[in-house]
Design a protein around this ligand. Structure first.
Ligand code: HEC
Ligand code: HEC
Ligand code: HEC
Ligand code: HEC
Ligand code: HEC
Ligand code: HEC
Ligand code: HEC
Length: 430
């Protein structure tokens, strides 16, 4: 598989902003327990109407269940949205609107995660309760970036307000577009923000597990093992103190560079992806179930897309095995490309990463297909809600009149043409 690389880094701004509470939006919904069955009626096909496409950028976000000993990743979800004014032709809207997000059934995180107790020690920031590393809260305004809107670093947990005991990794966000002058609502949709703590390090690092270490907790077993293994680590170029048990809570990415957190790590120390995948090569099978030891997971089943459900594909088909993942020269920024395999049709990505690529009229691939690992139709019913809202059925947006007022006469996405079907919404066919 050929990869191309981009060099820009995902940087985490540590500025702490005041939480923007959007009173009036979602306020009534927040008290409404009926949110388990969200409604999202197909929009009428009117001229001058708006549609908002929204999605999560990665398809899954993982964070630690407990931060008292160590942090691999903090709570940190990203939502993207594109606002389109319907018309002949449609137009991507980048001004005159305000785009907000909220989680009607997930309005707070303190008490659902102890992240706020340890955020200062881990990230050296003072965070207000329920505010994440970029200053975003669980509701607020999305920021405009060229052709889309983004809320980055939402400190979302996997626990709905209505059930604090059972993890629900497919949390629902409501995205609302308002006219910034009149405040009139122009469009809304519901999208999944996937989030999970399902990392089964306990499969092996439980008490009496790897190297027979028993400290009472999985996390301290791991730190003790690291201390034992690296006590004599010959990192000659730097004086890294690897007595991790003495430094709790420990941020792995402090010493091991991670593009996910924008840390550069200590010189001479392998990046976190390389360290962890290389060390565990041969310890887990090179299969989806093997990856599910650490990625979420046998219960969450974060890989839920059409390729896994209908064509039997697994992690290794796209990412390669543990050895290949460990060799990724630029973790998080150098990932599989759709057009490596889908190379015989007009499916070219215009950016190195799927999440940054656009196609037809500047619409993001993920706007029509959803996030990586959730390429529609997905096995999770919550992923389908928005597609049904837009076009009456699940699967990628194949209905020209989601955006066009009248069926276009020329070809559209991937050369597909408008085909009116009597009694149904117009569908597209190749
Ligand atoms: C399938 C079993 C298994 C799972 C699951 C597993 N580990 Fe390990 N891990 C091992 C074994 C075995 C070793 C020791 C390997 C060796 O000595 O070569 C190890 C070593 C380590 C080390 C020691 C690194 C060093 O300093 O040499 C760390 C840290 C570690 N694991 C972290 C984790 C974390 C974090 C997770 C969960 C995200 C995890 N492991 C999941 C089996 C596992
Ligand atoms: C204080 C710095 C520091 C922190 C924090 C730290 N490590 Fe390490 N880690 C090291 C050093 C130094 C090595 C040895 C690197 C080498 O041998 O080249 C190492 C080695 C490892 C290895 C073995 C790599 C290999 O191929 O042998 C793994 C796996 C690992 N660390 C995982 C973790 C995890 C998971 C965390 C968070 C719980 C963590 N580290 C936190 C400094 C750190
Ligand atoms: C059909 C191909 C495919 C399969 C199967 C697949 N991935 Fe991915 N994965 C991708 C693509 C494409 C990206 C990069 C998307 C982007 O641009 O962000 C990616 C990115 C990632 C990332 C980085 C975060 C991100 O989304 O960019 C992780 C972690 C990851 N995959 C893990 C897994 C695991 C674990 C599995 C199996 C449970 C898996 N993937 C299965 C295609 C796949
Ligand atoms: C022992 C635990 C463990 C196992 C097993 C594991 N991963 Fe990971 N993986 C991690 C951790 C921890 C990170 C986060 C690293 C970081 O924050 O930079 C990660 C990050 C990733 C990433 C994003 C970073 C990158 O390198 O681009 C991909 C892709 C990925 N894993 C794929 C896989 C695949 C595919 C498998 C199975 C073949 C697998 N992982 C098995 C622990 C594991
Ligand atoms: C490792 C190769 C590989 C990668 C990478 C890959 N695909 Fe696929 N994809 C396949 C295969 C094989 C099928 C089975 C049907 C076929 O051959 O078209 C498939 C099927 C599909 C389908 C279903 C088509 C249908 O007939 O229902 C869609 C949609 C799709 N892929 C989109 C994507 C997107 C979007 C990406 C990037 C995020 C991607 N694929 C990355 C190999 C891949
Ligand atoms: C305007 C909506 C839209 C956009 C934007 C879009 N697609 Fe698609 N795409 C579709 C539809 C509809 C299909 C047909 C699905 C089918 O036939 O099952 C499709 C099919 C595909 C397939 C499946 C090919 C096969 O084997 O059948 C791939 C791969 C794909 N798109 C990749 C991409 C990539 C990569 C981008 C961004 C560069 C993108 N798409 C942007 C709507 C879109
Ligand atoms: C998700 C929204 C969306 C969907 C769905 C969509 N389009 Fe478009 N389309 C756009 C945008 C945005 C433009 C760019 C208009 C511009 O460049 O000013 C566009 C432009 C076009 C154009 C060129 C301008 C024009 O109106 O003549 C054609 C032709 C077209 N689309 C055909 C199609 C066809 C056929 C379909 C269904 C198979 C389709 N589109 C589905 C958003 C969409």
């Amino acid at each position: 598989m050929t990869f191309s690389r981009i060099r820009s880094l995902i940087t985490v701004g540590f500025a702490v902003l005041a939480i923007t509470l959007l009173l009036g939006i979602g306020g009534a919904d927040a008290a409404d327990p009926a949110l388990d069955e969200p409604t999202n009626e197909p929009a009428a096909v009117d001229a001058d109407a708006y549609v908002v496409l929204a999605w999560n950028d990665l398809g899954m976000h993982c964070y630690n269940r407990d931060f008292q000993d160590l942090a691999v990743l903090p709570p940190y979800n990203n939502l993207w949205a594109q606002v389109i004014r319907k018309g002949d032709p449609p137009e991507i809207v980048t001004s005159g609107v305000k785009v907000t997000y909220s989680f009607p059934n997930n309005t707070y995180s303190v008490g659902k995660s102890n992240f706020w107790t340890y955020a200062k020690a881990l990230f050296n920031v003072d965070l207000a309760p329920n505010v994440g590393l970029t200053g975003k809260g669980l509701s607020g305004e999305m920021d405009q970036q060229t052709d889309h809107y983004i809320a980055e670093g939402i400190p979302l947990t996997e626990f709905s307000d209505s059930d604090l005991t059972k993890a629900d990794p497919y949390q629902l966000a409501t995205i609302i577009v308002n006219d910034s002058t009149t405040n009139a609502e122009l469009a809304r949709t519901i999208t999944v923000a996937p989030v999970s703590t399902e990392m089964h390090c306990d499969n092996c690092h439980d008490d009496g597990g790897v190297e027979n270490i028993s400290t009472g907790r999985v996390e301290t077993n791991i730190l003790t093992l690291h201390d034992d293994e690296e006590a004599v680590a010959a990192v000659s170029s730097s004086a890294v103190n690897t007595s991790l048990m003495q430094q709790r809570p420990v941020l792995c990415a402090k010493c091991h560079a991670s593009n996910a957190l924008g840390t550069t790590g200590e010189p001479g120390v392998p990046n976190l992806s390389k360290a962890i995948h290389e060390k565990h090569e041969g310890e887990v099978p090179d299969t989806t179930d093997g990856c599910y030891n650490c990625h979420p997971g046998p219960t969450t089943k974060c890989l839920r897309d059409v390729m896994s459900q209908e064509f039997g594909m697994g992690c290794v088909d796209c990412h390669g095995d543990m050895e290949q993942v460990a060799k990724n020269p630029d973790p998080w920024l150098n990932e599989p490309r759709c057009d490596t395999c889908h190379n015989e049709g007009p499916y070219d990505q215009n950016q190195a990463l799927y999440r940054n690529s656009t196609e037809h009229g500047g619409v993001y691939c993920a706007g029509c297909h959803d996030s990586p690992h959730a390429i529609a139709p997905s096995s999770q019913p919550n992923d389908a809600i928005k597609f049904i809202g837009w076009q009456g059925h699940d699967g990628p947006i194949d209905t020209c009149t989601v955006c066009h007022v009248t069926g276009p006469t020329a070809a559209g996405p991937h050369g597909q043409i408008f085909v009116p079907v009597e009694g149904f919404l117009p569908m597209m066919k190749r």
